[in-house]
Design a protein around this ligand. Structure first.
Ligand SMILES: NC(=O)c1ccc[n+]([C@@H]2O[C@H](COP(=O)([O-])OP(=O)(O)OC[C@H]3O[C@@H](n4cnc5c(N)ncnc54)[C@H](O)[C@@H]3O)[C@@H](O)[C@H]2O)c1
Length: 249
């Protein structure tokens, strides 16, 4: 039987490219996102009820996470591959952030992925197979102006992925992070469109990329599909940047 994957944020820019790559690799894929209508549309366009499933998910809600994992497993079978891709950010100087903003960023980008990982990891360990991939960010490796809270969350996610990798290393489960650099999606387009400062930051990031262009979702997806594959079974605790050389480590 083919592997089953759950992709959070699966209706988004990078998430939908990851979903398509996993479907192409022969996996059955649950597409989970706040935008449940988009998930259902994607599932119907990519396969049938046995191969692709749209699931409503809010990673900030424990009840929603439990329900989404249950729905995915009921529809497609036990989850072998988890890709935590749901995320959100807004450019803001740290001194202009408040409790509510910081809590929201940490909840969506750090606590949420931990919650979804917790919901599926036990089953993976029991079945002695699993691939967990966190979509972090180069901001979490090297920092990023106006993204300090987001960078803290993504840096935390990278550390979490490494620590879990150690804990489950002998269970057939791998845990890795993929860090996109600036990538053309609704998220970054929204930042650039927000105001003059956002436009300047995004333009500056794009100019700093050695390969001379911003990333595309289709640049990120193959790296995730590889780490999700059976072939990547001896790779764990790693952090892979897909950023046209913006960060080299
Ligand atoms: N675009 C970039 O430049 C860039 C760079 C580095 C990292 N990333 C990361 O890549 C991932 C995907 O980002 P993107 O650029 O495709 O953004 P996007 O806005 O296109 O997609 C994000 C998706 O996450 C979903 N989402 C948001 N909050 C959610 C929640 N609480 N529960 C479930 N789903 C939720 C949204 O509905 C959306 O479909 C994010 O984790 C982001 O932090 C993006």
């Amino acid at each position: 039987m083919s592997r089953v994957a759950l992709v959070t944020g699966g209706a988004g820019g990078i998430g939908s490219a990851i979903v398509e790559a996993l479907v192409r690799s022969g996996m059955r894929v649950a597409i989970a996102d706040l935008d449940s209508a988009a998930c259902v549309r994607m599932a119907e366009s990519l396969g049938d009820a046995r191969t692709t499933l749209g699931v409503e998910l809010d990673v900030t809600s424990p009840v929603s996470v439990t329900a989404a994992v249950r729905a995915a497993e009921h529809g497609l079978g036990s989850i072998d591959v988890l890709v935590n891709c749901a995320g959100w950010d807004e450019l803001r100087p740290f001194l202009e952030t408040d409790e509510a903003f910081r809590a929201r960023i940490l909840e969506i980008n750090l606590a949420g992925p931990l919650r979804v990982t917790h919901a599926v990891l036990g089953g993976m360990v029991e079945r002695r197979f699993g691939r967990v991939i966190q979509i972090a960010s180069d901001a979490g490796r090297v920092g990023s102006s106006l993204e300090s809270v987001y960078a803290a969350a993504k840096g935390g996610l990278i550390a979490f992925a490494k620590s879990v990798a150690r804990e489950v290393a002998r269970s057939g489960v791998t845990s890795n992070s993929v860090c996109p650099g600036p990538t053309q999606t609704p998220l970054i387009e929204g930042m650039a469109a927000a105001d003059e400062r956002g436009r300047k930051i995004v333009d500056g990031l794009a100019r700093a990329i050695p390969m001379g262009r911003m990333g595309l979702p289709a640049d990120v997806a193959p790296a995730v599909a590889f780490l999700a594959s059976d072939a990547a079974g001896f790779i764990t605790g790693q952090t892979l940047s897909v950023s046209g050389g913006l960060t080299m480590a």
